[in-house]
Design a protein around this ligand. Sequence first.
Ligand code: ADP
Ligand code: MG
Length: 326
Amino acid sequence: MAAPGEFELIRRYFAAARCAARRDGVALGIGDDCALLQLPASEQLAISTDSLVAGVHFPHDPDPALLAQRALGTAASDLAAMGAAPLAFTLALTLPDAEPDWLAAFAAGLEQMAAACQLSLIGGDTTRGPLNLNITVFGRVPAGQALTRSGAQVGDLLCIGGPTGEAAAALPLVLGERTAAGAHDARLLERYWHPQPQLALGLALRGRASAALDVSDGLLADCGHIAASSGVRLLIEAARVPLSAALRAAAGEQALSCALSGGDDYVLAFTLPAQALAALQAAAPYFHVIGRVTAGQGVVLLDAEGHEITPARAGYQHFGGPDGQA
Ligand code: ADP
Ligand code: MG
């Protein structure tokens, strides 16, 4: 098939996609100069944008379906972190060339994740250049109920929505430094390429959690953001940090370090008043309590005796810095 021109490309792979169909809250989708969103006055629009650059956020020459899935899944994770219900997204795509097979696979991956997340494609941009993606997601949240990073209170519990470290442990597989073998490696690759934004958990946290975010740069580093925004200290008990069998198999003695600092997890970390614990466990039974909020600042890791352990590294920062690695 000949490479399509820009407008045919947009029509064939995006405007005609099932995920571009209009849904409640979308008054106008792809095809005009702007999309139009229509929300009742009682709701707020939650907006987040994410860029993914080849060679930085994903390897050069990735599987296009996996790339699309991962890009949209990680973007939707920010909606989960705010307790927002997914509504819509835009896609700005820069491509070296318009290769029909690549585009068809990319569109299929996008379709799959858009359906899983209940997100409508409402617009975007398509240009030629080195491969990169920008996705902006839009969600809806009852006015005043969004989960921010700044509400953690002394005495709250610190929780995470699932095990961390698995996506980081997949990196040697993703980069081709190690060949995948067996179910554990398959699980790690799944966690890297197919992040599951915790949208249902985010909704369950509304009116319950005091602060929340999604862990993208490493558990310690991201908990540091809650601590700083809320003006509190977070204590993490090392023995309560869940370590999956797949992570243990891949990382051995480094499993805890990987779970604390790895990045790319896209699970929620949140603080919860103790009296909200039972109700949340009934609504979302799969999260883990890993620590608590105290007075002070920063994030502290405790061993089984309650002594402070100094972690080797905090997390990933694109421009380096005092609390990260370059
Ligand atoms: P304009 O020149 O007015 O910015 P474009 O010609 O770039 O508009 O795009 C035409 C329509 O197609 C717009 O509604 C735009 O949002 C949509 N669009 C362009 N690229 C994409 C894409 N990759 N995915 C989804 N929609 C797209
Ligand atoms: Mg225009």
